[in-house]
Design a protein around this ligand. Structure first.
Ligand SMILES: C[S@@+](CC[C@H](N)C(=O)[O-])C[C@H]1O[C@@H](n2cnc3c(N)ncnc32)[C@H](O)[C@@H]1O
Length: 204
């Protein structure tokens, strides 16, 4: 696949954008849905700070309501498209980990799958050395393609495994496993000294 280069300078900040305070260690979840994983992660890891982004209004509202009820001070729910938000909000090498759990499969738009996107290089630039990215899906061809792209395009060493049948991290995971489907997980660690074209790039 011939990938065009990502152009962060072309992206406007999302409507109503305000730059978040930097809290460390900082984690990012993209496509948090109704927030099941984000809420659990924040409750179980009071020493870690999670930014969880969801683009769909009704899912986000549900998530934001639950988050408010729990008044977690280590969780920041964001209603935005993750791509411009990440570009405008995050500094290089600022993330200790990334979660992309059950992304839309984009059957008709392979170029919109996360590891096929030019944005993925930018996302890698925001990760610290040794930070881990976790991607889960119920679609075998998605995980196989992501594994191949991680190796060929991004020169990384992914590990793919089956998700435990008892796992209940997200609403989609619960639904797929209850239907008896197999779910897969890809884990990537950003190697020490890994270089991207965006390592010095930050919004001016
Ligand atoms: C299939 S759902 C999974 C939701 C949740 N992670 C789960 O497993 O229950 C994928 C979610 O990703 C969100 N999403 C897709 N692209 C996004 C983007 N660029 N920025 C923020 N959210 C996005 C969609 O709105 C949708 O809610």
């Amino acid at each position: 696949m011939n990938l065009r280069q990502f152009k962060p300078e072309k992206l406007f900040a999302p409507r109503g954008f305000t730059k978040p305070e930097i809290n460390t260690p900082q984690y990012l979840e993209i496509g948090a849905g109704r927030g099941k994983h984000a809420l659990m992660f924040a409750q179980n890891n009071p020493d870690k700070y999670l930014i969880a982004i969801e683009r769909t209004r009704n899912k986000f509202n549900d998530f934001a309501d639950k988050s408010q009820q729990l008044s977690l001070n280590n969780l920041l729910p964001i209603h935005a498209d993750a791509i411009p938000w990440v570009v405008h909000a995050l500094e290089p090498s600022s993330l200790a980990g990334v979660f992309i759990l059950y992304p839309n499969p984009e059957p008709k738009n392979p170029s919109q799958r996360w590891l096929n996107m030019p944005f993925f290089e930018f996302l890698l630039s925001r990760m610290q050395d040794n930070a881990k990215l976790i991607l889960a899906t119920n679609i075998q061809s998605y995980i196989e393609e992501a594994e191949q792209q991680a190796k060929d395009l991004w020169q990384l060493t992914p590990e793919v495994s089956e998700v435990d049948k008892q796992s209940e991290r997200t609403h989609f995971e619960v639904k797929y496993l209850a239907r008896g489907e197999t779910c897969w997980q890809l884990e990537l660690v950003k190697p020490n000294g890994y270089k991207t074209r965006f390592d010095e790039w930050a919004v001016g």
